[in-house]
Design a protein around this ligand. Structure first.
Ligand SMILES: Nc1ncnc2c1ncn2[C@@H]1O[C@H](COP(=O)(O)OP(=O)(O)OP(=O)(O)O)[C@@H](O)[C@H]1O
Ligand SMILES: [Mg+2]
Length: 293
């Protein structure tokens, strides 16, 4: 899509259909959102944020507007056109032409319902953008019927302390999302239908630190393999940090433009990155510009 375009990508305003293991412990934490204005789920890549939000959104008994942000949605107008589309799909006909936070808030005020939820996933992609500021103002201006639920790899740049002190913020973090050992057991037995013996479960929970993507990677690597083969893979699994590197390579680096990826892969052995050091190391120029990117 053209950078900065306000055209709405409909896939981004649909609740993703996910299959997942229901976790009562985490659902109960998120279930408290109705006592707050904003729910914030902040955790590293692969922690299970989107899975949690999508499951919650599909089973909520209120209308849910869904929007998955992307870095090229940084303009206020792009954010507002996606939110207008998401809310129209969820609430039915409401005034359109959202060109400012005020218009958006007024349109939401005309909705006669009691309660609705707006989920925004991947908010970290809008870090430090005009769209992020616009969202912060919308949280301020939107009628109390609207509850906000945000998924992000990093804390938003909002004034969170104001929301915190007024008790308006529900925070869920990576420690909450981490699979406990009994949840790892249920995941393999009930969800993957590949139960593991207790000693392997304990080892897997320890090595992955309950990180959802690590558990999924292990399952993919061992599916259909014999028990000795599976044990070998478990022993070779390494630590959470190695798993994280592999996951990031697949899911984060792969999405970057080829030249930026080349730059990051070549410079990852350097402990300190400055323009001149990278230029010297790579025998090229203009590294400073890439680093600023
Ligand atoms: N409750 C669950 N049951 C089964 N699988 C799960 C569960 N939670 C997470 N997973 C799996 O773990 C992987 C990572 O989850 P998810 O995509 O939700 O993470 P994320 O925190 O949104 O990551 P990112 O920041 O990269 O978007 C996915 O493959 C997902 O299917
Ligand atoms: Mg996600």
């Amino acid at each position: 899509m053209r950078e900065g375009s306000t055209a709405v990508v409909s896939a981004k305003v649909l609740i993703p259909q996910v299959q997942s293991l229901a976790r009562e412990r985490v659902d109960a934490l998120l279930g408290r959102i109705w006592q707050h204005r904003v729910g914030l789920v902040v955790a590293p890549a692969g922690s299970g944020k989107s899975t949690l939000l999508a499951g919650f959104a599909s089973s909520a008994n209120v209308p849910v507007a869904w929007y998955r942000a992307e870095s090229w949605d940084a303009k206020t107008s792009t954010l507002l056109s996606h939110l207008q589309s998401a809310f129209t799909a969820a609430l039915g006909p409401i005034p359109n032409g959202w060109d400012s936070v005020e218009t958006a808030a007024r349109a939401l005020e005309t909705w006669p319902g009691r309660r609705a939820l707006l989920v925004i996933d991947d908010l970290h992609t809008l870090e430090d953008s005009p769209a992020e500021l616009t969202l912060e103002r919308l949280i301020d201006y939107a009628p109390p019927t609207i509850t906000f639920l945000i998924g992000s790899r990093a804390l938003p740049g909002f004034n969170l302390s104001r929301l915190r002190v007024s008790g308006s913020l529900l925070e869920i973090g990576s420690e909450d999302l981490r699979f406990r050992s009994w949840e790892v057991e249920r995941l393999f037995r009930d969800f993957y239908r590949a139960p593991l013996p207790p000693e392997e479960l304990a080892e897997l929970a320890r090595r992955t630190e309950g990180w959802a993507a690590g558990l999924q990677l292990f399952h993919l690597a061992t599916r259909g393999k014999s028990p000795p083969e599976r044990r070998r893979i478990l022993t070779a699994l390494g630590s959470r940090s190695r798993l994280t590197r592999e996951y990031l390579t697949r899911n984060v680096l792969d999405q970057l433009p080829a030249d930026l990826r080349w730059f990051l892969v070549r410079t990852c052995v350097l402990t300190r990155l400055t323009g001149p050091i990278c230029d010297a190391f790579l025998a090229r120029s203009a590294s400073q510009q890439v680093l600023e990117e």
